[in-house]
Design a protein around this ligand. Structure first.
Ligand SMILES: *Cc1c(COP(=O)(O)O)cnc(C)c1O
Length: 409
């Protein structure tokens, strides 16, 4: 039996995992290019009219549009804003209900509030941690207007069923693909399948420029709307002081776009490595008692890995708490976290949604509740480690398991 690091043994993983975010000389020169050009913003050409040379914002939009095979792509300040604009663009009005995954980041649901809508929270599937289709169906009322599937951790939701339901009940779909750029479902890129898709380029995400968001849509009308919303009510053909509707400023800077463009050139290679490592981890961790790795849904589905997730079942670990398990893994040189604290509906900002509907939140989304208690997430940079480091993750977990008597005495 190997000794745990906290008892004087050697760490299971001695080599540091790659840091995140990462940069190289390409990124440096992209940012310096912008600096030296004095074209720091997308609006540089507004009064002078469009010039032939594309700025980085347009280059980024074109590159992502190509990658997603999606007609329109708009770069914006962040994904939270992107989601808010998407909700407004599809016409959500006060009182309209929008179905959201209860296991997600706050913005997936606050975007609905920002338009006066009511988020209605659906449970997730035990295996995939994405929308449970039965639960989703149960949330539909005569006031439902839209669905926001969250491709959590980079794994595609069951878009076939979600699209079928949306069609049947005449609902719009906004994909929260914040964590899922590059994932596909039935050979279509996620974020381009519903009416509007939103992506994040915040620091922790797999494609990042510090802060940033992307809106994707194949619909001309929605594109015109989000364009106006992100640019103070201007239209695409309008002049600087032509404000035809109510909008705000959610534009991306050239600095952000330049960094995103150069990061994008390395994304595919990184995704392949994350994918390979995730599959290897499925194999390495799959047989460990009391550990249940998250499953990708079957069929023609290609996830990308923003997070690698598994369930930790305290009962099968002699009651060793998840908090201690994670601390022990950290001490063995394995970065990991417990993830979302509780299902979204437990945040007090949503209280009013429930009192108006008279729902008792305590037994709403059982699997989501359970997942918040059991989840362990390995962040994206861990998946950029080498094969020996994946082995070390298994080793660290097994070491803790073998030392359970000592740890729980
Ligand atoms: C990161 C994230 C967001 C918000 O993105 P920002 O760019 O930080 O505003 C929204 N939804 C999900 C699921 C996310 O992970």
């Amino acid at each position: 039996m190997e000794e745990l690091y906290i008892f004087g043994g050697e760490k299971a993983n001695v080599k540091e995992f790659p840091k995140w975010p990462q940069y190289n000389e390409e990124d440096e020169s992209a940012i310096l290019n912008v600096l030296h050009s004095c074209r720091w913003s997308y609006t540089y050409n507004y009064e002078k009219g469009k010039t032939k040379d594309l700025g980085y914002v347009e280059r980024l939009e074109n590159a992502i549009s190509k990658r997603l095979c999606c007609k329109h792509v708009l770069a914006v300040s962040n994904c939270t804003n992107a989601l808010e604009m998407a909700v407004k663009a599809i016409g959500i009005q006060p009182g309209d209900e929008v179905i959201v995954s209860s296991y997600s980041f706050i913005s997936s649901a606050t975007c609905v509030l920002s338009a006066g809508g009511i988020p209605v929270f659906a449970d997730i599937d035990y295996d995939t941690w994405n929308f449970d289709i039965d639960s989703l169906l149960k949330c539909i009322t005569e006031n439902t207007r839209a669905i926001i599937p969250v491709h959590f951790g980079g794994q595609p939701c069951d878009m076939e069923n979600i699209c079928r339901i949306a069609k049947k009940f005449n609902l719009k779909i906004i994909e929260d693909a914040a964590q899922a750029l590059g994932a596909s479902f039935n050979d279509r890129m996620v974020g381009s399948i519903g009416d509007i898709g939103c992506f994040s380029m915040q620091s922790s995400k797999n494609l990042t420029c510090g802060e940033g968001g992307i809106i994707a849509t194949n619909d001309d009308n929605y594109y015109n709307k989000v364009y106006s919303l992100h640019n103070l009510g201007r239209t695409i053909v309008g002049q600087w002081y032509d404000h035809e509707s109510l909008g705000s400023n959610s534009r991306m800077t050239e600095f952000q776009a330049a960094l995103a463009c150069s990061q994008l050139s390395r994304l595919c290679v990184q995704e392949e490595l994350r994918y390979k490592n995730a599959k290897y981890l499925d194999y390495l961790l799959g047989e460990i008692p009391g550990i249940s790795v998250r499953k990708v849904m079957t069929g023609n589905v290609k996830p990308i890995y923003h997070l690698y997730c598994f369930r930790y079942m305290t009962d099968l670990w002699k009651g060793l708490s998840r908090k201690r398990f994670v601390m022990l893994l950290n001490s063995e040189g394995i970065p990991c976290v417990t993830g979302y604290k509780y299902p979204l509906y437990r945040y007090s900002i949503f209280n009013e949604c429930f009192s108006s509907k008279g729902t008792n939140i305590s037994h709403l989304c059982e699997i989501s509740e359970l997942t918040c208690r059991e989840a362990v997430w390995l962040p994206n940079n861990v998946l950029l480690g080498d094969k020996a480091q994946m082995k070390a993750i298994q080793k660290a977990i097994l070491k803790i398991y073998e030392n359970l008597d000592k740890l729980t005495r």
